[in-house]
Design a protein around this ligand. Sequence first.
Ligand SMILES: Cc1cc2nc3c(=O)[nH]c(=O)nc-3n(C[C@H](O)[C@H](O)[C@H](O)COP(=O)(O)OP(=O)(O)OC[C@H]3O[C@@H](n4cnc5c(N)ncnc54)[C@H](O)[C@@H]3O)c2cc1C
Length: 603
Amino acid sequence: MSLRPTVDFLLYDWLNVPDLQSRERFADHSRETFDAVLDTCERIAREKYAPFNRTVDIEEPKFDGEKVILPQATHDACRAYAESGMLSAAQDYDIGGMQLPYTVEAAANAFFAMASVSIGSGMLTTGNANLLMAHGTDLQKQVFALNEFNGRFSGTMCLSEPQAGSSLSDVATRAVPDGEGFESDPLGPRYRLRGNKMWISAGEHELTENIIHLVLAKIPDANGQLVPGVKGISLFIVPKKLVDTNGQLTGERNDVALAGLNHKCGWRGTTNTLLNFGEGKYPVRGEAGAVGYLVGQPGEGLKCMFHMMNEARIGVGMAATMLGMAGYYASLDYAKNRPQGRAMTTAGKNAASPQVRIIEHADIKRMLLAQKSYSEGALALALFCARLVDEQHTGAPEAANEARLLLEVLTPIAKSFPSEWCLEANSLAIQIHGGYGYTRDFPVEQYWRDNRLNMIHEGTHGIQAMDLLGRKVLMEEGQGLKLLAARMQATIAKASGEWQSEARQLADALQQVGAATQAAWQGAQPAEALANAVPYLQAFGHTVMAWIWLDVAQSAQGDASAHVGRRAAARYFFRYELPKIGAWLQVVSRRDSTCADVPEDAF
Ligand SMILES: Cc1cc2nc3c(=O)[nH]c(=O)nc-3n(C[C@H](O)[C@H](O)[C@H](O)COP(=O)(O)OP(=O)(O)OC[C@H]3O[C@@H](n4cnc5c(N)ncnc54)[C@H](O)[C@@H]3O)c2cc1C
């Protein structure tokens, strides 16, 4: 089973990506150049990533007191990825990029996520560098971002602290001006940072010459107090090793120390770290304090960081999706080969007949279709969002603004739908394997463990839900939601004869979501409205996915078995999944307080 035909269908038959060639930025591209990138990534993923997915799970990162040791396979895979040019795929030609549409970049990265999400393919590094390209000074771009795009340096995002996870306004890392003339450092206003950052992915390793940490910290006011809330948060570049204005290492180690590695349930190929900034383990010029250079304006750190977080959220959704897909393919292969049980006939079962393969049982087909509908649907949504990113960056002003608003509403879904339902897909993949699925002799348990992270990081499920119902559907007078509804109506209007019943069902679902949104906010009490934000997120996500499937099904006509499969997945989603939204939305609409009201000591 290969991913490529699905990617080709979505890019070329559904999203019509070669149309982007008409944009000046992509004029040199064509289906041939897109195919060449996909071919390269598919090959590197097959040769350097997939064979080592179990290796990196078993050989967890180790700290020898000085260095973090990773399997050789991780070094080889990361080098191959950097050499492919994918770190700068979307960048301008004049800084060494390929000016590739983000849609194609995202599709190409899907091969790595499916082969080994745990080895990783530079999502944090490109996200970090992209943020600097948007908010950094010319020299910060030159010294830090360009060296990330060329693979010399890698990047992290350092937001979380032991006492500040979801609640970033409670960040306590302090940044104070670094002596006389701190403002005139060519790399940016220079500060000394002190504090602890928890859960930092890829925070320490020897994969690259240097690690560029992007760190959220607060600059104390004149009384030495930290400004409460997010307004006090600023953003700093804190390199692990200090560099000069040419990007060369000066030979000085910055005061960033690994306090310890976290030992995770899954996704073990990537280090996860507790970092101490400025504790004095590596004093700089005789003083404790990690040297950091301000990015953007003081107090605008979180706003800048959102540049990276939104990309990271779509990336996390893609990772969850591809883990779902990996489990689907593994369980499909298993189901085609595992004989168990006999066919049910009107005369009952004939014990003398040979066993059938489990794929012949309706319940196994149900679990396969569920996985297919979640993971292929989520891939379609991720690529649709990626296409919106291209529209936002290269479209005419009105279309670009429309894409921006649609992305605001769809990003929480692109992150949370796959995180929840492709995890469920992995659980179904284990179920199809029976007892074997619960052992480490088959890959599906690792997919589930790897995927379990995705509802937690980059904003937990609950935080995504509150972002959607509390902010995204309301912002700019509900424009994003209205635009999304208009896109759904367009799909409903073009649905052909055999899909009219699904089209009516989608129209009804859309109406229910709209009514529940209004009902939740009747009385304008945030605590009441948001008490059931997660069921709202689930219903919203299922409605979006039904729309995606109805649209995809229109492009999947004919007798080819791949199209028959796509239409079956679409039907499955409408018949088995979409009806669930009624149960989710009724508590939202009633502003049900069953959970909120239960006293703590009643548990
Ligand atoms: C493997 C891994 C990698 C990570 N990588 C990074 C990284 O590279 N950089 C980085 O900065 N961070 C990283 N994180 C941190 C991650 O983003 C946080 O774990 C996450 O934001 C949640 O914070 P927390 O763990 O402190 O949980 P908490 O914030 O304590 O949340 C615990 C529970 O309470 C819920 N909750 C919290 N507040 C509310 C509220 N107001 N209303 C309702 N429910 C609420 C949450 O939804 C969650 O279910 C990583 C985490 C892990 C596990």
